[in-house]
Write a protein that binds this ligand. Structure first.
Ligand code: NAP
Length: 411
């Protein structure tokens, strides 16, 4: 059992800038706003952090899980952390703190207060998920991949320029699972002259490769030409990726992610809810199921996919060719001429019967990926479906999170 720390000693929570991929998950998860960032780093304020650990499981890289025993008065401040390129080493504590426990306690910080379960989704994978590898390649030791394919998967006459990009790793190992992501290091430097940070993209291909048996994977990348407010903006990495030609070399880090993973046991059902490029992991999972269609071990697939129009929905053609008895496809189109605006949450309510049936089966896992704004709408729709069936949503929601059966990846 851990002995309490002397008051003057702090188990300081730090984020490793060399591993962090700046995905914002920790800042979003922190229930007391102890985490902030600038254009360089994500940092933890020692004056606010209470070691509740809520941010640790959702971090896809483990960069968040760093702790230092410090004399409280000498704790690293926010400004100092923002300037770091790497974590400082361990410091020896002075005599006055000699009573402080050390060693393995650093691996198991004790929460100062219970971590509230504010996260909408699970922080554990489904029980049967395969074991993922993470951080095999880092900013310091990236892997070089070769572009073997790059083509547009949305209508050429639309504003949504979304590309399917295939990267090959040759002879070098890059083991991945559906639901994981990788980081791309775009060449060049930012306005301060520092090398660009990695940008994170979900895999669009299953574990055995974009082409089964090949050491490759695919990404779904939307060319960013405007910011969230609609002002002109040039997405550094998305434009770099969308402009790549065959045989170009790309610096890759990762893989990342240990919770947004698919179940691995027979007859597991998947409810997949996505918008736009959030379809990447859904394509990966669907393709995993499609490749074993003959084995009879698949459960049911229920897909809710939102896009502005059919022509702006990535992979529309191949998706519509999938057999209807293999996957139940529901398209929510928000800007299709002559049609009412539909969001994925509207279709979840329309298909309440099918959703309810799958929710009642403990072999069902739910995946939500895409725009941040859909999170609340999707949760509300699932709540309504459960309540209509006379279920207590808060009990069901807790069970889905606890059992790793409800996963969100939204930006
Ligand atoms: P988008 O085209 O802007 O939007 C897709 C659809 O979602 C549109 O029909 C849009 O309707 C609708 N939508 C807007 N607000 C919504 C809400 N509150 N609830 C439900 N639907 C809503 O999408 P996108 O540009 O492709 O962006 C997809 C998101 O996925 C990005 O934020 C991206 O970062 C994220 N993502 C990407 C990857 C990847 O690997 N590429 C992985 C994970 C997540 P309107 O007509 O109203 O706009």
């Amino acid at each position: 059992m851990n002995a309490p720390l002397p008051a003057e000693v702090l188990k300081q929570h730090l984020i490793d800038p060399e591993i962090c991929i700046r995905c914002n998950t920790c800042e979003e998860t922190c229930p007391i706003k102890a985490i902030s960032h600038d254009s360089n780093n994500y940092v933890v304020d020692p004056e606010i952090c209470n070691g509740c650990m809520a941010c640790v499981p959702p971090c896809p890289t483990g960069a968040i899980d760093n702790w230092r025993l410090m004399v409280r008065a000498e704790a690293y401040g926010v400004q100092e952390q923002l300037g770091w390129e790497e974590l400082p080493g361990e410091k020896a504590l002075p005599e006055m703190a000699a009573a402080a426990p050390a060693g393995d306690e650093l691996d198991a910080p004790q929460p100062a207060a219970p971590a509230p379960s504010a996260a909408p989704g699970a922080t554990v994978p489904p029980w049967s998920a395969a074991h993922p590898y993470v951080n095999l390649y880092t900013h310091k030791t990236p892997m070089t991949a070769t572009v073997v394919g790059n083509y547009r998967v949305t209508g050429a006459d639309t504003e949504s320029d979304i590309h399917h990009i295939v990267l090959d790793f040759g002879e070098l190992p890059f083991p991945v699972l559906e639901g994981q992501s990788i980081g791309i290091l775009p060449p060049g430097a930012d306005a301060q002259g520092r090398p660009h940070h990695a940008r994170q993209y979900s895999l669009a291909s299953p574990r055995d490769g974009e082409r089964a048996g090949y050491n490759n994977l695919s990404l779904t990348v939307k060319r960013v030409t405007e910011d969230h407010a609609g002002a002109a903006a040039h997405g550094v990495c998305s434009n770099y990726l969308c402009d790549l030609a065959k045989n170009d070399k790309v610096q890759v880090i990762g893989p990342f992610g240990h919770t947004f993973l698919m179940p691995n046991h027979p007859r597991a059902n998947l409810i997949m809810i996505c918008t736009g490029t959030g379809s990447a992991p859904m394509r990966a999972m669907t393709e995993r199921y499609r490749r074993r269609i003959e084995t009879g071990e698949n459960g049911r697939l229920l897909l809710f996919f939102g896009a502005r129009t059919e022509r702006e929905l990535p992979y529309f053609g191949p998706l519509m060719k999938l057999p209807r008895d293999f996957i139940d496809i529901n398209l929510a189109l928000s800007r299709e001429a002559g049609q009412p605006k539909r969001y994925v949450q509207d279709l979840i309510r329309d298909r309440a019967g099918a959703v309810r049936e799958l929710l009642a089966d403990r072999n069902t896992c739910i995946y939500v990926c895409g725009l941040k704004g859909m999170e609340v709408g999707v949760l509300d729709a699932l709540h309504d479906v459960a309540v209509q069936a006379g279920q207590d949503w808060s009990i069901l929601h807790d069970a889905l999170r606890r059992e790793g059966r409800l996963h969100f990846e939204t930006y």
